[in-house]
Each structure stands twice: as C-alpha cells, then as structure tokens.
Design a protein around this ligand. Structure first.
Ligand code: AMP
Length: 193
C-alpha cells in the first residue's frame, strides 16, 4: 500500500538522547510528507537568535535539564497553529506527563489525534558512545560527559514513563535503534500504519 501523504497524521518519535531521533525524524518526515517539529532544534534556534524564549531556555538546556512545560507547550502550540492539514512528526516532544496531556488537548482542538508513537531503543553504552562522538563532530554545548549523564537521568525519570502512557493507548511501537540509519528506518516504516 502506498504511504499516506494527505489527511491528518501525527507521529511521535521518542527515545533517550543519542538514540537517533533526529536522523530518523528527518527521514520519516521526508518519506511521509510530514512537517518535522523538533523541540530541541526549535529551542536551539531561539537560543541562537537570543529571543526571550531562548534566553529563558538556555540555562536549562546547558544543564541537561528540561525546559519548563509551559514554555515548551506555548512553543508547540504556536508551531501547530494555522496548519491546514495536521501532518507532523514530533521529535523530542512530549517529554513529561504534563506535556503528553497538553498535546492530547492541543490535538483535540485542531481535530487531530496521535497516529503512532515510535520509541527507539538502544543500549546505554552505545548511547554514550554515540553522544560523545557527536560532541566532537557537532560541538553541541550540551554534549559534554556530565550533561549527557544528566540528560540520561532526566530521560529515565521523566520521559521513559510516557512510553507506558502510549502503550496503554495502543499507540506505541518499540524499535531497536542499533544498526545503520537505513536499517532502523526500515524497521520504523514496517510498524507504521
Ligand atoms: P534534544 O535536542 O531533543 O536532545 O533537546 C535538547 C535540550 O532541549 C534538552 O536537553 C532540553 O533541555 C530541551 N528540550 C527539548 N525538547 C524539550 C521538551 N519537550 N521539554 C523540555 N525540554 C526540552
């Protein structure tokens, strides 16, 4: 069957730092004609431009902590506003139970719902190896060893429990995130409706 390219579609890409969300998000968005909304990328752009939001978010990001929910939700609401078809791939959002509940409400307001949530699963030592490699290549200010550890902890305590939330709603697909970009993409593609 051909992949749908019109009508509403909302995909969530979840997983710990270093699981390959950004790379897979771009591929999926391209192949399914979705707008990629990466809260991390949008925040980094705000920081770069030194907007009010960027100034408020920067210290949290540099410390590897989550930016407060209300700032994130306001930002996502703005991105979703005015879309004719809600065809989006959310990368790195939601990250807390409050964000997940707010996302459900936001989608209800625009007449859409979550199509599927994909969780990329990768062993911890592989994650750390990938993140340290990325810090050398991309120079992201939050890819230091200490911040990486903090972001892992934050993921485990605040974001991982969300997998149960989507599992209970029969939306969750757990995917092995090790292997090449194409191998992982193929696994993801196979589980999506
Ligand atoms: P990421 O690029 O997704 O790893 O995000 C980088 C940083 O941006 C995170 O460590 C957080 O500080 C912040 N961030 C990104 N998305 C969110 C979110 N949904 N909720 C709170 N903070 C976020």
């Amino acid at each position: 069957m051909p992949e749908a390219t019109s009508g509403n579609e909302v995909l969530l890409l979840m997983g710990p730092p270093g699981a390959g969300k950004g790379t897979q998000a771009q591929r999926l968005a391209d192949t399914r004609n979705l707008l990629k909304l990466s809260t991390g990328d949008i925040l980094r752009e705000h920081v770069r431009r030194q907007t009010e939001l960027g100034r408020q978010a920067q210290a949290f990001m540099d410390a590897g902590e989550l930016v407060p929910d209300d700032l994130i939700i306001g930002m996502v609401r703005e991105e979703l506003a005015g879309l004719k078809d809600v065809r989006v791939l959310l990368d790195g959002f939601p990250r807390t139970p409050v964000q997940a509940a707010q996302l459900d409400m936001l989608l209800l307001e625009v007449g859409a719902e979550i199509t599927a949530a994909v969780a990329l699963e990768v062993e911890a030592d592989e994650l750390i190896r990938r993140l340290l490699q990325r810090s050398g290549e991309e120079g992201r200010s939050d890819d230091t060893e200490e911040t990486i550890r903090k972001r892992m902890e934050v993921y485990a305590s605040q974001t991982k429990p969300l997998l149960d939330y989507y599992e209970q709603r029969a939306k969750l697909h757990r995917i092995t995130g090790s292997g090449s970009v194409s191998e992982v993409h193929e696994r993801v593609r196979k589980v999506l409706p």
